[in-house]
Unconditional design. Sequence first.
Length: 202
Amino acid sequence: MIMEELLRIENGTWKDPEGSGLEHYYLQVFRGEIFYVQGLQENGIMALRKVLGGEAVPEEGQVYLREKPVEVIDPDTARQHGLYVISAGKNMVDDLTVTDNLVALRYLRNPLVRYRYKEAAQITRSYLKENRLQIDPSAYLWELSGAQQLKLSVLKAKLHNAGLIILDLTGSSVHGKDAKELGDLLLRMRAEGITFLILTEF
């Protein structure tokens, strides 16, 4: 079986003003993998997330996607390339419902389409059921546990047509049933062709 390369960083170097950074860093991730990178935050984990998420541009080296060189200069560019970073509390809105956080995206893309909440809630309910998540579509994000918010963020990335999801679990704590549900969700999404790069700390 031939493995299809999805992401490669060659000689990646970037000095983070906050202290951490990358120096001559090499990384290769293949399509359909669930790839773990573990380390201390001050040893480059956050720098890697910033580079792939478009928050920082490498001073040296090259990022390749599907074997082609790309420049990830900002978060919008990252998402255009199918790179989607999930970091606690940064891509969902606490004061909106689950439905608003997930389905309103389609209306923002096309402002000429009228937002019908009941219809959107029904779509959300079906989408959650399809992905085996027992979450009330009318619940506000702040009412959910951190683990539930994390799983919703993964589903939101799928709606963004993410090809590679960078899942930043540094500082997060997912255990027991929540960990199993998250793992099952990642495996199902991997079967659909989505790749995961999971960042954790010691």
